[in-house]
Design a protein around this ligand. Sequence first.
Ligand code: MN
Length: 214
Amino acid sequence: MKKIIYSLIILFTAMTINAQNNKFTLLPLPYPAEALEPVISKQTVEFHHGKHLLAYVNNLNNLINGTEYENMTLEDIVAKSDGGLFNNAGQVLNHNLYFTQFSPDGGGEPSGELLQSITGQWGSFENFKKEFEKSGVSLFGSGWVWLSKDSNGKLIITQEPNGSNPVAKGLVPLLGFDVWEHSYYLDYQNRRADHLSELWKIINWKEVEARFEK
Ligand code: MN
């Protein structure tokens, strides 16, 4: 009898493991953790990517398990969910776009159509940066500032609270600055404005342009 019970426990455990949803995986960093120094320290990248983002990925996988969201794309989940699922899915999307928009060889200005659109909308690239930083600094609490394009290709800056992402508003996210304290506190403490103004040095504009042209 004992043997049967043990067998059943093992079988049940195996079934549970099989049913575990591992649809979404942790994004591999496209550069070494120290590559963004001194703008973002190795320690911050390691915590932010290896602890915070990993937790969002695990929460997302657990929350979609056995639900209608199981077979949706990440963008669709963010656009159609709410509550805890919305925040965790949004954070996975936010961070996947965030970590892939940086490069140790980044900085400078965008070019081509993206630069033209930015200049057309905000007068100059410098003025756009100022407006973008202002939106990040004035966001109350945790969240994101995003540059997106709308369905007509027009650029827009939005503040997104907590785990929200512009896809929830039908926008295409292009460039996002994380203003959660976990993204800068080890390096900048309470100086959010200083952190945001440094981030321009590591922006991979080729990546942002590719998102704009898609
Ligand atoms: Mn973050």
